[in-house]
Design a protein around this ligand. Sequence first.
Ligand code: 6CM
Length: 257
Amino acid sequence: QLYLEKLRQNSVSEGQTKAETHRLTSEIERITMEQLQYAQSGVEDGVWTLFAEDGEMRMYKREEEIDGLAVDPLKAVHTVKGVTAREMCQHFYNPDVRFEWETTLEKMTVLERLSDAACVVLQVHKKVWPATQRDALFWSHLRKVPKDMCRDAHDAWIVCNNSTEHPNFPSNNGKFIRVGLTICLMCQTYLDSSEENGSPPTRDNLTCKITYCAVVNPGGWAPTSVLRAVYKREYPKFLKKFTQYVFEKCRDKPVCF
Ligand code: 6CM
């Protein structure tokens, strides 16, 4: 409760998002905080297996099954220079730009705008042979991380996406199988020594540390080998493409903290 109060005060005093309440407020607060702690915990415990590496990017997974379906948790870390945590997270959250970087999508509908930093989205993903096509219905929330939870970073932001239900769009209605998901993108901005010199930071002085966590339940039959092959190909492709997209989009714009 204390923590939730701190978050509300933080978002109001920062002047970014109004502390509006709506039917999903408490669920969103709880799961976003859980995801923040999960994202901040390390991958050095011997439980995670490195499966992809490219430059600064590292992707880890844990192989897990529920009722014979692979639900492998994924955790990825990456470092990108020249962008802030806020810029990264805003582009991940904003449904209006999703088709500019998300390559697995066929259709996306914003079902509800709960506040200026929370919405409910229905997505239809491209079909992967030989499995039934999937859809996903989830709330999405963008949030600045309270200063005392940023550790050594200048600032930190998080986006959390989590499955939900909507009476007008029931799951598994014939055409698609609904996936279940809990996904977060947590980004931290680091400044180099320019701050100490007293000059305002430029893009050359910024580094963004990115942590992406995903647990996706395929929701119904999908061959495990195909699923793992799809994830092995798609997650690195997504993170590289998305971070490059944000870098390009922001490079000629004023820095946004
Ligand atoms: O996080 C990512 N994208 C966000 C915005 O779209 C959002 C995405 C959620 C959907 C993730 C589920 C994708 C399922 C794709 C179909 C699976 C096929 C199963 C059949 C295989 C035999 O959080 C980036 C998501 C990158 C996904 C690889």
